[in-house]
Design a protein around this ligand. Structure first.
Ligand SMILES: Cc1cc2nc3c(=O)[nH]c(=O)nc-3n(C[C@H](O)[C@H](O)[C@H](O)COP(=O)(O)OP(=O)(O)OC[C@H]3O[C@@H](n4cnc5c(N)ncnc54)[C@H](O)[C@@H]3O)c2cc1C
Length: 503
């Protein structure tokens, strides 16, 4: 068979690029095919009128030093392996939460400082607060010692099981627990439990009951160890560096090329067909598209279709990319904020405002005297389905909704409406189009009560077709998706006879 590469990767999101980089570094040839003219998907940056905006992600884990975050500093380890320097700026506050009734919590890098601010407001809950966050630390203590690998690879599972039997057993038990139930065992104050829901909602877009404790143990503990770092030049510096690594090791990446079909014969993937009809054959295919796009669009055989209801389809987003006068952002303002103005509405579309001003850390993202502001709220494609791109009606609806979010944000940044000089609004339709994601969704989430291990792993029902990205274990978020890329590459490299060394 004439192969275009050993492995073809559909999509240059963080999941696909991570898998491609690690395979290519091991000498397994890769061809990555990306529909957009740039890499990164939800972790891309784009330029507009002199500003650099993050398309989606802007809170980054995984850049800690080895001694500060154990094995969870996957970006540090991957870029060291690829020999690429990705300069980052440490962010002293993960997120500053603003909640009803003047309840505010800046989540400081210093764990004691953070816990102290919670205990200051809920002195009667001190024991419970400490016990709950200690539980998260215990998950972190386990995970930060285990090397990253594939849970589908018996060699890896046996190796880790033999070396760390107690930790593996304890982790297995913790996969049965939810973050919310653990919180409620320790804490009874309703307002504090709402904050814990927000802690979970901030990245999982689900309340704490629906969020596995193990996921929480990574996001809500490593922020006090490895910490939060912002890549100089914006989110796009991460996919750019992965692309550089792939190319330096001899891999190919093709932009502006959409995959129309994953070719499957006799239950086995044998390559892809591009929009123009070109066929690229490979020993294996990795899809970085969502599980719904992969099995309901790219794989044409309906026997492999995945029902939408198999998972919860998480919402999409309405996003605001603003260039603002620097004076509106006061001295000492934190970079990332979450604003809830009504507890009854925080889970409704538009109910919670996410807000970042990354120029506080990296002024090079905006012209002199200006700041970048990136704000977003959950939304659903069905609210915009009747709108025609470019129509006056669509523009008006976007302007009105965008202006209402800017006004609500004025509770933390007075004068924001008047300070906006450049603005772009993106709806779920924009998301669907630029991120090539089913209904612009943030991805599939588990139903409450499902075990985190029920999230799809990298192997699929089609032989030689693998998945990586936020549809797979462990889920949404750049560091989670990086893990999924590592585990996918580890599995496949062993199968192709060239196993990866641990990072
Ligand atoms: C608004 C927003 C804010 C976020 N904030 C954070 C944050 O602060 N911190 C954090 O850690 N995470 C954050 N996330 C989540 C994080 O960005 C994502 O979970 C992660 O980047 C997803 O990576 P991925 O590799 O799974 O897929 P994607 O980023 O979706 O990339 C998939 C790529 O595949 C390409 N593709 C799809 N289909 C095809 C095809 N048929 N042919 C060719 N190419 C194709 C797409 O164009 C895309 O480039 C945020 C996400 C959003 C949307």
């Amino acid at each position: 068979m004439d192969y275009s590469a050993d492995v073809v990767i559909v999509g240059a999101g963080i999941g696909g690029l991570t898998a491609a980089a690690l395979l290519q570094e091991r000498g397994i040839s890769t061809l990555t095919i990306e529909k957009n003219s740039y890499p990164g998907g939800s972790c891309a940056s784009f330029r507009h009128k002199g500003y650099t905006f993050d398309a989606g992600a802007s809170v980054f884990y995984g850049f800690g030093r080895d001694e500060s975050s154990g094995t969870l500093n996957l970006h540090t380890r991957i870029f060291r392996k690829l020999g690429i320097d990705v300069p980052t700026i440490p962010d002293p506050v993960q997120i500053h939460f603003h909640m009803p009734g003047g309840f505010e919590v800046p989540v400081h890098y210093g764990r004691e400082e953070f816990l102290g601010s919670l205990v200051g407001r809920f002195p009667g809950e001190e024991r419970g607060i400490r016990a709950f966050y200690r539980e998260l630390e215990s998950v972190y203590d386990i995970l930060s010692e285990l090397p990253a690998g594939s849970l589908e690879d018996p060699v890896h599972v046996l190796k880790v099981g033999r070396r760390y039997p107690g930790k593996v057993m304890s982790l297995a038990l913790k996969t049965l627990q939810s973050m919310g139930r653990t919180a409620k065992r320790n804490i009874s104050d309703a307002e504090l439990l709402k904050f814990i829901d927000m802690e979970s909602y901030s990245w999982a877009v689900q309340d704490a009951d629906a969020t596995p404790l193990v996921n929480a143990g990574i996001c809500l503990a490593d922020r006090h160890h490895g910490g939060i770092h912002y890549p100089v030049g914006g989110a796009g510096a991460i996919p750019d560096a992965l692309c550089e690594g792939i190319r330096r090791c001899g891999g190919s990446i093709r932009f502006g090329s959409g995959v129309e079909e994953i070719l499957v014969r006799d239950g086995r993937a044998e390559g892809v067909r591009l929009a123009g009809g070109e066929v690229c054959r490979a020993k294996a295919v990795i899809s970085n598209a969502t599980i719904w796009d992969t099995f309901n669009t790219l794989v044409k055989d309906p026997r492999y279709a995945v029902a939408e209801e198999k998972f919860i389809r998480s919402p999409s987003w309405f996003q605001l990319y603003l260039g603002v006068d620097r004076k509106v952002v006061p001295e000492g303002f934190h970079v990332h904020h979450i604003l809830v103005d009504d507890w009854e509405r925080y889970r409704e579309y538009g109910g919670t405002i996410y807000f970042s001003a990354p120029t506080i850390l990296d002024p090079s993202l905006a012209p002199e005297g200006k700041h970048v502001v990136h704000a977003f709220v959950t939304d659903d494609v069905s609210r915009w389905n009747g709108c025609r791109r470019g129509s006056a009606e669509y523009r008006k609806a976007k302007e009105e909704f965008g202006a209402s979010i800017i006004r609500r944000t004025e509770t933390i940044l007075p004068g924001l409406s008047d300070a906006v000089e450049v603005r772009l609004f993106a709806t779920p339709l924009t998301h669907e189009r630029y991120l090539n994601r089913y209904k612009g969704s943030y991805g599939p989430m588990l139903h409450p009560g499902q075990n985190i291990l029920q999230k799809p792993q990298n192997c699929t029902a089609v032989r030689d077709l693998y998945m990586t990205g936020d549809s797979t274990f462990p889920g949404q978020g750049v560091i989670a998706v990086t893990y999924s890329g590592v585990s996918c590459a580890s599995y496949l490299a062993r199968k192709l006879g060239q196993p990866l060394d641990y990072l």
